[in-house]
Ligand binder design. Structure first.
Ligand code: XMP
Length: 520
């Protein structure tokens, strides 16, 4: 996506790298992340309005530590170094970095010593910042002056105003830094002299134009799952090329209650867009394949393979297409090690296989530059309903991994109905203010346990439903949510009364690790 002005983030392996880029975009300036291994010529070619160096886990004075050529600071482009990036700037330009006598971690009182005209405009003399470092700058590089300090850190920030080089030891990108957003805004908009024209409406408008130019009168095929990314992509393509787009929506019978109809309602013939929409009701096929299969990995595999098969059959009917559209978003790009420096933590759940099975000339990924919250904004901009845009994460293998053990139509019905009640009651409790914030993900799963119960005067031997709700930022780690007991009790009683085949409801207290978010 070509934007006229951008700030780039050079990634030294810091854990907040994506956050830095997001904060820049919140200043309405487009931002991309590049590894510190990116050659200087490539950086020059991009002609960024500013450069930000991230934190990182290394010591810059150690042999083999990530570094960057001095030339970066001589381009006449403003540079802001954060934490490791600040230390590296000093190290490369002739200052001194060494192990700090006192390691600073957490919220730290910081005193501003320098000018309040540039980086620290609007910041009080005494402010709270987030520190996390074991090395410190003991001597600034020639031409720099100290512009902030803390009790344990003589150089909390340094500046060479003439060259617009700034080094700050703390992390302005995290919310614990009281004036972090202002400091980044001062750099991005003030010091880098950007106009701030990056907006979702212009993204949508420009991308529609780009898609039209690229696609011409070609045909585009999209596998629509009904999740946020593929739905926003479908809407974007629909606006850009209308009937040249064919969306294939495979309903594998493992979706949440009503979900298939909701997707069809929006994208189908009576929906909001004028496209070709094919819904494949493949539930019976999936249930047949899953019959007797209990092992979680086998289930995932079968569901994945069956998807490819169904999609392939549909694609064959359509014939050769020019483009296959994929809903890749920026975190996918960065996490798969292509954008920045982060280690590949997870392989991509949803990617895999598809391109090999479809006859197409080129892949297009129009959302590739967006963060999730930006994808959502684009979705709203495109007129998608809120329930679709703010949908919770839902696993590709769907309810298949929320049903422990063998999958059957009967079990799917139980878990769908229980989940629907749970979601409805949480939404209600939220509306009434009993819950102030909804959990980041919550759903009902079906354990494979059947136990004895009593209903009326009858003995029952039925299933136990497990309720799950988690608080998490990145889904890599998670805590079980503290749902008020009265809400849980209401959910329990409705499930027992309304969902046939259930006589017990349990709440999962396990965090991740050792658990996972899903039950299988
Ligand atoms: P786990 O269970 O791995 O879940 O702690 C972390 C997040 O990923 C989602 N998840 C999946 N998403 N395909 C997906 O698209 C999958 O196979 C899959 N498994 C887990 C899960 O819902 C949670 O948000």
């Amino acid at each position: 996506m070509a934007a006229e002005e951008k700030v780039i983030v050079i990634d030294f392996g810091g854990q907040y790298n994506q956050l830095v880029a997001r904060r820049v975009r919140e200043c309405n300036v487009y931002c991309e992340i590049y590894s510190y291994r990116t050659p200087i010529d490539q950086i020059k070619e991009m002609n960024p309005k500013g450069i930000i160096l991230t934190g990182g886990p290394n010591s810059c004075y150690e042999e083999g530590a990530p570094t960057y050529t001095k030339e970066l600071f001589e381009l006449g482009i403003p540079v802001l170094g954060l934490c490791y990036g600040a230390q590296l700037m000093m190290h490369v330009l002739g200052g001194k970095v060494e192990k700090a006598p006192v390691r600073e971690y957490g919220k730290t009182e910081t005193f501003i010593d320098g000018s309040k005209e540039a980086l620290f405009a609007g910041v009080e003399d005494k402010t709270i910042v987030w520190m996390s470092h074991f090395d410190y700058i003991s001597k600034v590089a020639p031409g720099f002056e100290i512009i902030a300090h803390t009790a344990d850190c003589p150089v909390a920030a340094a500046a060479c105003e003439d060259k617009k080089l700034y080094a700050i030891q703390f992390h302005p990108e995290v919310l614990h830094t009281a004036k972090g957003k202002e400091i980044l805004h001062n750099f991005v908009r003030g010091i880098c002299e950007t106009a701030g024209t990056w907006r979702m409406d212009s993204f949508v408008e420009n991308t529609i134009k780009e898609i039209r130019e690229k696609v011409g009168d070609g045909k585009v095929l999209l596998a629509l799952s009904g999740g946020v990314d593929s739905s926003v992509l479908a809407a974007l393509l629909a606006k850009a090329i209308g009937k040249q787009l064919t969306c294939v929506f495979v309903d594998h019978g493992l979706l949440r209650k009503n979900e298939g109809d909701e997707v069809e309602g929006v994208f189908g013939p009576n929906g909001n867009f004028d496209i070709n929409f094919i819904r494949v009701n493949a539930a019976e096929r999936y249930y047949a394949k899953l019959k007797g299969v209990e092992e979680p990995e086998r289930k995932r595999k079968i569901i994945g393979e069956e998807f490819i098969r169904v999609f392939e059959e549909e694609a064959k009917k359509i014939g050769t297409v020019d483009f296959l559209a994929q809903g890749t978003i920026y975190p996918d790009v960065v996490e798969s090690g292509l954008g920045g420096e982060s280690v590949v933590i997870k392989s991509h759940h949803n990617v895999g296989g598809l391109p090999d099975y479809v006859d197409f000339k080129e892949i297009i990924e129009p959302l590739r530059s967006l963060f999730k919250d930006e994808v959502r904004k684009a979705g709203l901009e495109l007129g998608l309903p809120e329930y679709l845009v703010f949908r919770q994460p839902f696993p590709g293998p769907g309810l298949g991994i929320r049903i422990i053990g063998e999958v059957s139509a009967e079990k799917v019905r139980i878990v769908q109905d229980a989940d629907y009640i749970y979601r409805t009651e949480l939404a209600q409790a939220h509306k009434e203010g009993i819950i102030t914030k909804l959990p980041d993900q919550y759903f009902a799963a079906l354990s494979n346990m059947r136990s004895v119960g009593v209903m009326g005067d009858e003995r029952t031997y039925d299933y136990a439903v497990v309720l799950r709700a988690v608080e998490t930022i990145d889904f890599m780690t998670a805590e079980s949510s503290e749902i008020p007991f009265e809400v849980l009790q209401k959910v329990m009683s409705r499930i027992i009364n309304e969902v046939k085949g259930v006589n017990r409801v349990m709440y999962d207290l396990t965090s991740k690790p050792p658990g996972t978010v899903e039950l299988e």
